[in-house]
Design a protein around this ligand. Structure first.
Ligand SMILES: [Zn+2]
Length: 65
């Protein structure tokens, strides 16, 4: 079980959608939602959803480096 806690999510932590495997990379930001590069996952707006499948933020898993 891979529970996401905000304190585990660092400024460069990449997050993967468990529905469609889209990866949010803070270094790149998200063009779909006009999120500029450098925004950590936990600072994305509450209404942010996966740009590919529309899954909510709690559907994302931490990618362990
Ligand atoms: Zn997705």
């Amino acid at each position: 079980m891979n529970t996401v806690h905000e304190f585990e999510i660092g400024p460069t932590t990449r997050m993967e959608c468990k529905v469609c495997w889209y990866v949010y990379d803070p270094v790149a930001g998200d063009e779909e939602w006009q999120v500029p590069p450098g925004v950590p996952f936990h600072e994305l707006p509450e209404h942010w959803t996966c740009p590919l499948c529309g899954a909510s933020k709690d559907q994302f898993l931490i990618i362990q480096e």
